[in-house]
Every structure is written in C-alpha cells, then in structure tokens.
Design a binder for this molecule. Structure first.
Ligand code: PLP
Length: 485
C-alpha cells in the first residue's frame, strides 16, 4: 500500500508516484503553452496574465493570489460546447471552483451548472443561473437541500441513495392521501417541516456505480463498487432505484448518470462504463417499456499540469464518447439518449495561476534547494493530498542563471506542505521574487483551508489588461469573528 493517494484523486491508493526529478528544461523562462492560461505571456521578461503585469497584481492585491483569466474560462466553455455539438449538453461542475462570477461566465456561454450541496446551489441561484440549467448532485442531500432544489425548479436531481428517493417522494407526492410519510433518520434542520412542493415534478437521474474507476492513463473495470457514490449495477441496486423512482407519482424518471473518475486521458474507461449503463437501459426498456432520455457521463476530463501531461483534445474526446454511446445503443437496439457531460477541471483548471512571493531560499546540501513561499497547503492541498504534480516559474523577471533543482514549499507547520515537488528554478532566485504556479483553477481555492490560521487568498479575474477581485481575501478579523468563545 502506498503512502500517498493517486496524483489525480483520492482513489487508487496503491499507486506510488515516481520519485525522481524531471530533467531541467532548456529555457527556464519559457511558458509551455499547454499548462499556462491562453492569455499568459512574457513581456520584457515579466509574466503577464490577461494583459496584466504580475508585479502590478502582487502590488495591488497582495500574495498569495489566485489570478484567473476570464477569457481562458470562456474559451474552454466554447470548446466543450462545440465539441459536444447541439445535441449534447455541457454542465460545469461547480465543485472545481464555485464563485458567482465564474458561474455567470459559464452560464452566459451556454453551459449548465452542476452543484453538489445546498451551498453551491445558493451560489448558482444567486448568480442568476436559470434553475432549469442546474443539476443537483450529492451523496447525502438533506430534506432541506432537496426541498430547496425542488422548489427552485432545478432541471435535474441526481438520486444517490434509497433514502434520497424516499425524501424526494415525501416532498413531491401529493397523490396518495397525506403523501409519503416523513423519511426516517435526520431529515435536516427543518425536519418534518421541510415544505412539500406538490406542484413540482422534478426530473430525476439515477446515479449508477459501474464498477469502473479511471484516472489519467489507467482504468480498472472491476472491484470499484467499494465507494460511497451511487447505486451499484453489479448488485442490482441500480435497477431497484430506477423501479422506485418510476413508482413515485411525484417524480419524473429522466435517465442515468455515471461518473468514473478524474484527470482521465483516454476513453477506455468510458467505453466500459457506457457499455454497462446501456445494459441497464436495456433492462429498463424490457421491464418498464421506457427508453432513457438522458445519459450523463459525468466529468473527469484531464488537463496538463506539467509538460509531461498530454491530454487529448476536447473535440477528439467528445467524438469518441459519442461514438461509444452510439455504438452501444445501436447494438442494444435503443435510440441514443441525450449525452451530457460535467467537466469541472477542464473548464477552470488551466485558467488560473497562483502567485506567491518567495520568502526564504534554503540549500539542503547535495539534495535540492527549498524555496519557501507565502502560501502552501492551505491554498493548494492537491500536492499533499494527491501527490499532484505542478510546474512553476519565476514570474517577476526573466533570468539567465543556471537551473537549480528546487522544491517549492509553503509556510505551514507540516513537512508535507509542498506546492511543487520537483521544480527547476534559476539559481539567482531570491526573497521577494514572485513565483507563479499554473493550472491551479480547479480544486485549489475550493479545497483551501485556514490551517495555521492563515486567511484564504483572493481570486482576481484578469482580461484585456484589467484586473478585478471576484472573491476577496479573507482577513484575520473574518477568522477571529468566527471564534466566539
Ligand atoms: N461530476 C461529478 C459527479 C463529479 O463527482 C465530479 C468530480 O468529482 C465532476 C463531475 C467533475 O470532475 P472534473 O473536475 O474532474 O471534470
């Protein structure tokens, strides 16, 4: 068993990372286009993002700082929409980074939004995302959350457990006298008082666990039923869930959902998952005479974090997915359902750069140089949590100094507080220099913490030479305000 989780996600704990440094790049000042936002340039040696000099960003907003290139996000939305075509649907998975500005951008580009808690739902509603363009996820939705989702009129609710189906039945069933009884267990703070919404008939997708687990270059097609999400296909729970949804007069069975993993670079895992889900669709047809309207294949499309990563083009991925689903449905004699995908990382991941100020530069003789920055695992937990790989560059100036093997570390009281495990940086790097870490738009600010009582950094949107705060920096007063003891 390994000491770390998988680079891409919390599963696959049996994969050990390669612990050797890559070779030094030819040019330490080069910006490898696959990993920097599309609007990143060097101007007189200084990194500019969306046309804004990083030294100006640091001076105005301070560091650590997340800098998000709005046009990069928007252009990736358009890439996905174009790739999946008019008969496909693309929902942005808000868990990757959830802020009102970003949800407005993706919504105005024509994407829907996938939320997985009541909190994310409120952000989406308050951003003005049309409710019918929202899909409500989550593996433990309370009665209150479901009540809010139903009364707001969200487009789809993804059922993840029998308890949730019972909660939805309770909320929506006005057909039988008194409707369904209050579900057992903790139904949420409002308890039995959670308002029923008899006029709404929510569309429900059933989330199935296909037994496929995919990350980056590999996938496993067996033995991954051992997890908390969805209904197992292998055990027959998925068939039973569909039966129960169809039996509820207040619910409209809309189709099936499957999400197989994260940071996926090839479509082999989707192929096996689609085959298994279509198998269920055939059984649904045989048993209930219904053809599923919607097949949601989830997210998980990989991006480049370092030069070693070579993710497929979105259009190639979309074409493969369409062919896979077409082929499986044709073979089963079913019409192809509408295909939906839910990229999170693929939309916001490459858009954002974390900007840090170098604090100390410590040479550990014969090993490497430790470069301490003013952030760390509180603003990017992915390296510590998943052993994720990142690149980085000296941002505030160009340098012709030779490369030094470095490790970029944070300021937290934890030896695992690593931002970039292996980095080649110029040997004249000094305190006060700005360091930039690209591809931090997904699962960095969302997973940020206040460990060691540091405040979480702001997110600044850049574009056309201007910058504006979209999520403000937390202050120590914010943190002290929570401490009411
Ligand atoms: N959809 C579902 C159901 C998920 O669980 C996730 C991530 O965990 C996503 C979409 C988004 O995945 P990614 O950001 O890797 O595209």
């Amino acid at each position: 068993m390994s000491r770390v989780a998988h680079p891409a996600g919390p599963r696959h704990g049996d994969v050990l990372p390669a612990d050797h440094p890559p070779s030094a790049p030819d040019d330490l000042n080069a910006l490898y286009p696959g990993i920097w936002p599309r609007g990143a340039r060097r101007s007189a040696g200084v990194l500019t993002l969306g046309g804004v000099d990083v030294r100006d960003l640091a001076a105005e907003f301070g560091t650590p700082l997340y800098v998000c290139d709005e046009e990069d996000v928007r252009s990736r939305c358009r890439d996905y929409l174009e790739a999946f075509g008019p008969d496909g649907r693309v929902f942005y998975a808000a868990k990757a980074f959830c802020s009102r500005a970003v949800l407005r951008w993706v919504s105005s580009e024509g994407l829907g939004v996938d939320v997985c808690t009541g909190g994310e739902l409120e952000v989406a509603l308050s951003a003005g995302v049309p409710p019918e363009q929202i899909t409500m996820h989550g593996n433990n939705k309370t009665l209150d959350e479901l009540s809010r989702a139903v009364s707001a009129g969200v487009g789809h609710i993804v059922a993840d457990s029998f308890e949730e189906i019972a909660r939805l039945a309770y909320l929506t069933d006005s057909a039988s006298p008194g409707g369904h009884s209050v579900p057992r267990g903790d139904p949420g703070p409002q308890g039995p008082g959670a308002p029923r919404v008899p006029t709404a008939k929510p569309n429900v997708l059933v989330r199935v666990t296909t037994g496929v687990e995919a990350h980056t270059h590999e996938f496993m097609a067996t033995a991954h039923d051992d997890q908390k999400f969805g209904f197992s296909l292998a055990s027959g729970a998925a068939d039973e869930a569909v039966r129960r949804v169809i039996a509820c007069p207040g619910l409209s069975f809309a189709g099936l959902h499957s999400h197989i993993g994260s940071q996926i670079f090839d479509t082999a895992g989707f192929e096996v998952a689609a085959q298994r889900v279509v198998g269920l669709a055939v059984r649904i047809h045989d048993e209930h005479g219904i053809e599923i309207a919607e097949l949601d294949l989830g997210g998980g499309f990989g991006i480049a974090y370092t030069e070693e990563d070579d993710p497929p083009e979105v259009k190639d991925l979309a074409q493969s997915l369409r062919e896979i689903v077409d082929g499986q449905c044709r073979a089963a004699g079913l019409a192809r359902p509408r295909l939906t995908v839910e990229p999170g990382r693929g939309i916001v991941g490459p858009s954002t750069v974390s900007l840090y100020t170098v604090g100390t530069v410590k040479d550990v003789d014969g090993l490497r140089t430790y470069v301490s920055v003013d952030g760390g695992m509180s603003d990017n937990i992915r390296t510590a949590l998943y052993d994720a790989s990142y690149a980085c560059a000296l941002a505030s100036r160009a340098s012709a100094a030779p490369a030094m093997l470095s490790r970029v570390v944070g300021r937290h009281c934890e030896s695992g507080d690593i931002v970039v495990r292996h980095a080649y940086l110029p040997s004249d790097l000094a305190p006060g220099d700005l360091l930039a870490v690209p591809a931090t738009g997904a699962y960095c600010r969302s997973l940020a913490s206040n460990y060691n009582h540091v405040s979480r950094p702001p997110v600044v949107a850049v574009g056309a030479g201007a910058a504006r705060t979209i999520v403000r920096r937390e202050t120590l007063d914010d943190l002290l305000g929570l401490d009411v003891g």
